[in-house]
Ligand binder design. Structure first.
Ligand SMILES: *Cc1c(COP(=O)(O)O)cnc(C)c1O
Length: 454
């Protein structure tokens, strides 16, 4: 199994051929099909048992994967996959994902993975520089913003415990808004801390003023951090980072910015000013697997002062001493988790290959298409925008439709292999949204979807 022999050579050809073919499908107009989920019973019938004492042979298993299993997975980089937040990796990033696997890299520590970690750090430094953080800022690529948000808040609480060791509060808490991503409340559950909800204004934004008055009313003895969102998942709303950051500085609170989706917009001059104040962040996350064209799973977690994160997260164990005492910084010390894949390398390779201007152009292209979609919604009498888009998410209602109408429409689009667009809710109302993060999504794709809503 471990030798590279004649059999491996045959399998390598088959796997490479399949990979090449699969990647080449994602070129309009002959996109890969969107595909659709099957039930477990249907898959059982089509696939049967695959784990056997003798093994089935690689070619047969690959055939089952490409003919059946892959076809039961929705194609997330399809230009008309506009649900949730899609993922549209560049071809260079996808290709390098193969290289990362073939290279047997361990990227948890500098000692084992210095070359990979060095390259990942350059990609992190680009993001940190876009945000305007000081040069010593740094962090790590983690699987997703859920782990990134949790890790940042753990570091923040660690700092608060040390700073307030003489007067520990009965309960720790963070403040944020109801628009914060579900992973924030989930992090509070994991950490057993309280979440103080700050009301948002008409425009859905958290402001420093609202933060100050909520904390004055609720008391802020146990509050140690504030989470602002730079691009909410549902509507793409960016909190007022400037005023929130200022209040955090005044009250001595850790300022964390969840930009899992939206902070990719830092690369786009047409929206850059909306992130004013991001340079005040003590930590932030952005998922290259969302709007920066990296394959799953890849989230950049960046700290203003990485030393605090190291102190909070470094695991101590006899067998690890040789690593923790080596003096170099280890990615694994910045977040929850120990073993790690060099998941930042596909992003780094693509960024280094194409240059940052290509990223700027690609993000701007998606913004142009999203603005086109918003304009079309304004012009069509049966549709109504629910929010003027800040970024590339366009949320709107089909006037007169019930939740059942949306569901039937969405199911039909997928059944016809036209598009994957699902409904969402906003203020209790069922509506729908288009999340454009794929530069291959065109104005014609938007028209095709909107035309199906009459
Ligand atoms: C997607 C998202 C998350 C969660 O990120 P994962 O990478 O899926 O863990 C958190 N916050 C926001 C704002 C998001 O859009």
């Amino acid at each position: 199994m471990h030798r590279y022999d004649a059999g491996t050579q045959v399998l390598a050809e088959a796997v490479m051929n399949y990979s090449r073919h699969r990647m080449s499908l994602q070129n309009a107009p002959q996109n890969a099909p969107l595909d659709a989920p099957l039930t477990a019973a249907e898959l059982q019938k089509l696939v049967g048992p695959t784990i056997t004492a003798e093994g089935m042979g690689g070619e047969e298993v690959l055939r089952l994967f490409s003919d059946v299993l892959a076809r039961a997975c929705i194609t997330v980089d399809h230009p008309r996959y506009l649900s949730f937040i899609p993922c549209a990796p560049t071809k260079a990033a996808t290709l390098f994902d193969l290289v990362v696997s073939a290279s047997s890299l361990y990227a948890g520590t500098w000692m084992e993975g210095s070359g990979a970690v060095f390259a990942e750090n350059q990609a992190l430094a680009w993001l940190s520089g876009l945000a305007g953080l000081p040069e010593q800022a740094g962090g790590v690529f983690v699987p997703g913003a859920t782990i990134g948000n949790l890790s940042a808040l753990v570091a923040a609480r660690y700092q608060a415990r040390h700073q307030r060791s003489q007067h520990l509060p009965p309960r720790w808490a963070i403040a944020g808004t109801a628009n914060a991503h579900s992973s924030i409340v989930s992090a509070c559950d994991v950490m057993d801390i309280d979440f103080i909800g700050v009301p948002v204004g008409e425009d859905g934004r958290l402001t420093g003023e609202a933060l100050r008055s909520t904390l004055a009313r609720a008391g802020h003895e146990g509050v140690f951090a504030v989470v602002a969102t730079a691009g909410t998942t549902n509507l793409g709303i960016i909190d007022d980072l400037e005023s929130v950051g200022a209040v955090c500085a005044e009250l001595g609170l850790w300022f964390h910015v969840d930009g899992a989706y939206g902070l990719a917009g830092l690369a786009a001059p047409s929206v850059r000013s909306r992130f004013a104040g991001i340079e005040r962040a003590d930590s932030f996350v952005v998922d290259p697997h969302k709007w920066l064209f990296a394959p799953f799973d890849c989230c950049a977690l960046i700290y203003r002062d990485p030393a605090v994160a190291r102190a909070a997260h470094t695991q101590r164990a006899g067998y690890l001493d040789v690593l923790t005492e080596s003096g170099e910084t280890n990615p694994t010390d910045y977040a929850v988790g120990l073993t790690r894949r060099a998941r930042g390398l596909p992003f780094w390779f693509s960024l280094a290959t194409h240059g940052t201007q290509a990223y700027t152009d690609a993000v701007e292209r998606t913004l142009t298409v999203a603005r086109y979609a918003a304009q079309q919604v304004r012009e069509r009498p049966e549709l109504e925008l629910l929010h003027e888009p800040d970024l590339s998410v366009v949320c709107f209602r089909r006037i007169g439709w019930t939740p059942q109408n949306y569901r039937a429409w969405s199911e039909q689009l997928l059944a016809e292999d036209k598009a994957f667009v699902v409904s969402t809710t906003h203020n209790g109302e069922t509506c729908t949204r288009l999340a454009v993060v794929n530069p291959e999504t065109s104005e014609a794709d938007i028209d095709l979807i909107l035309d199906s809503l009459v």
